[in-house]
Write a protein that binds this ligand. Structure first.
Ligand SMILES: [Zn+2]
Length: 134
């Protein structure tokens, strides 16, 4: 996401390592099988500390979005700030790229896939329409 450079912590390092490898990784509770995001050392559903990192499919759907017309460095021009729901269940804030930022191009429920943008030191997960996939 645009804004301050993310600083990995022990809780989030696997997430950034995954992004650098082109993988979107989230945590899954071994106890109740819940996938969740953002990274935490305990399952938000059942409280178990028995959690593992998983690589997601990278597939998601568009839940809601706003088109930000104020430039947010390093982005130039309008930016789609979106809430997406991963195939595994969790929702995350991200950007939708690869389409003109107009409502006609952003139907809710649209299938998306993850891609990565290098911003500063970090690869940042963003989403693009699944039809744009090779
Ligand atoms: Zn759990």
């Amino acid at each position: 996401m645009p804004g301050p450079t993310p600083v990995p912590t022990p809780d989030t390092a696997p997430y950034w390592d995954g992004a650098a490898a082109g993988e979107l990784r989230i945590q899954q509770c071994t106890g109740c099988t819940e996938h969740y995001f953002y990274p935490r050392p305990f399952c938000p559903r059942c409280g178990s500390a028995d959690v593992e990192w998983r690589t997601t499919s990278g597939r998601a759907t568009l839940v809601s979005y706003v088109i930000n017309h104020r430039p947010l460095p390093p982005s130039e021009g309008p930016l789609v700030i979106a809430l997406v729901q991963l195939e595994e269940g969790p929702r995350m804030m991200s950007n939708v790229v690869g389409v003109e930022p107009e409502p006609a191009n952003l139907p809710l429920g649209m299938p998306l896939r993850v891609t990565f943008e290098q911003r500063g030191e970090h690869a940042i997960p963003v989403f693009t329409p699944a039809e744009a996939a090779r």
